[in-house]
Design a protein around this ligand. Structure first.
Ligand code: UDP
Length: 475
């Protein structure tokens, strides 16, 4: 019988830093059943319902240890989401250490794998003679940018948005300073310091697992693989293992049928519905909700809109659910006027299932990386409406680089007006540009499926890693 290989995995709180790394562990044990995985899960207060119900679906062949939650009041109020997530992990380090120690005393841990915001936990790898891997739940381009900013930080003194020329990362579409990830917007800010600290740490791990795949980002991945990024002789090793997305809703297929929206979608013509969602916690202001409502109405397209209560902070619902009925913020008479064409859901949709429906022909998305991968896997063209984190950069990659999205262009704080929304939506759903986008998306969809075949690039990379881990220590 093959010997068991023990691995510990450390996610971060926040739906999109919890789910992808846990989905990775599921794939690892499914493809390599001789692995024994323990997930050590930090949390911030009581998690939002989305995270809670996801955590209930961790299969019994993956062990999980829930750490004592960090109190929300011990963290700076109103700080940037990335800072909150990282600080939660920092405060959880003593209990992470304790959990690792206890696990390692029972069976030696071959490797530790931590989400990018939990990178500090990888410092413990040395103590246990384990290998250390960062799980980067974003694009190879974002990884490349993080490494590049370590250098750029020393070379330029202005704010990046004031750079005259776009930044040219090898193998990537050029990117303007104004479209860089949100934490880099103000260099004196704590969020930026933490961003740099994370980027600098990357050289010191045994590898970085990236939720991307060759067929999607061959230029960026090859550039990282071939040249690496040396600093004091250090080179990073990148392992593209994506796309890693949820397999569908946690509910059984019968329950799934009960979702009203899925039933509704099944009755709509092919490629006719625009799915509108801003991720697990993205929010719009009241004025913007109004413009979006009128814009959808004006576009005359069918739509399924996941609506959250308004907020002036774009990531208001990322860590907790707002307990207000969002539908009451819609313009007067909107639901009645659009009832033949549209459906509005409060706060949450079974997104992966929604995107699978053949009636869904477009996705107005905030361009979170998970949403992008899910859209690609179902071949659904995108209207890009970035809100926070690295979403603007993702939007540039999708629109200018891969040409599978139309990007809504607007300045920070600007309200996107209904006419503009209607025009872009129509263009994607009915226009010539939309047709080309749909064809190119189909190519990416096929590429994603190819990467995940037994002999596909990402599954082969996973097997390579599994083999390294099995043989670590030379037994
Ligand atoms: N999601 C969902 N239903 C919703 C909103 C989001 O299932 O109504 C899921 C979505 O499928 C994706 C994740 O939440 O897996 C959002 O991740 P993403 O990286 O796109 O954005 P973030 O939540 O980090 O802003």
């Amino acid at each position: 019988m093959a010997k068991t290989t023990h691995i510990a995995v450390i996610p971060s709180p926040g739906f999109s830093h919890l789910v992808p790394i846990l989905e990775f562990t599921k794939r690892l044990v499914t493809n390599h059943p001789n692995f024994h995985i323990t997930c050590i899960i930090p949390s911030l207060g009581s998690p939002p319902n989305s995270s809670k119900s996801y955590l209930q679906t961790i299969p019994p062949n993956i062990n999980s240890i829930f750490l004592p939650p960090i109190n929300k009041h011990d963290l700076p109020q109103g700080a940037y989401p990335g800072v909150i997530i990282q600080l939660t992990v920092t405060l959880s380090l003593p209990s992470i250490h304790q959990a690792l120690k206890s696990l390692n005393s029972k069976a030696p841990l071959v490797a530790l794998i931590a989400d990018s915001f939990a990178f500090e936990a990888l410092d413990f790898a040395k103590e246990f003679n384990s290998l250390s891997y960062l799980y980067f739940p974003s694009s190879a381009m974002n990884l490349s940018l993080s490494l590049h900013l370590v250098k750029l930080d020393e070379e330029v003194s202005c704010e990046y948005k004031d750079l005259q020329e776009p930044i040219k990362l090898q193998g990537c579409v050029p990117i303007h300073g104004r479209d860089l990830p949100a934490p880099t917007k103000m260099r004196s800010n704590d969020a930026y310091k933490k961003f740099l600290q994370r980027a600098k740490s990357m050289y010191f791990f045994d590898g970085i697992l990236c939720n991307s795949f060759l067929e999607l980002e061959s230029g960026a991945i090859k550039a990282l693989e071939e040249k690496g990024h040396h600093e004091n002789g250090k080179k990073i090793s990148i392992f593209p293992v994506g796309p890693i997305t949820q397999k569908g809703s946690s509910a059984s297929s019968n329950d799934v049928d009960e979702f009203e929206c899925l039933k509704w979608l099944k009755n709509q013509p092919q490629n006719s519905v625009l799915y509108v969602s801003f991720g697990s916690g993205g929010t719009l202001s009241l004025r913007q909700i109004n413009e979006l409502a009128y814009g959808l109405e004006l576009s005359d397209q069918r739509f399924l809109w996941v609506l959250r209560a308004p907020s002036d902070s774009v990531s208001a619902d990322y860590f907790e659910d707002a307990n207000v009925d969002p539908l009451k913020f819609l313009p007067k008479g909107f639901l009645e006027r659009t009832k033949e064409k549209g459906l509005v859901l409060a706060s949450w949709a079974p997104q992966v299932e929604v995107l699978k429906q053949s009636s869904v022909g477009g996705f107005l998305s905030h361009c979170g990386w998970n949403s992008i991968l899910e859209s690609i896997q179902e071949g659904v063209p995108i209207v890009a409406w970035p809100l926070f984190a690295e979403q603007a950069m993702n939007a540039v990659m999708l629109s200018d680089g891969l040409e599978v999205a139309i990007r809504l262009k607007f300045e920070d704080d600007e309200i996107v007006e209904k006419e503009k929304i209607a025009k872009v939506v129509k263009c994607l759903m009915e226009g010539e540009e939309g047709k080309g986008i749909r064809e190119r998306m189909k190519v990416l969809k096929d590429g994603a499926a190819k990467a995940l075949k037994d002999d596909g690039s990402s599954i082969q990379t996973l097997s390579y890693l599994a083999n390294q881990w099995e043989n670590f220590g030379g037994i």
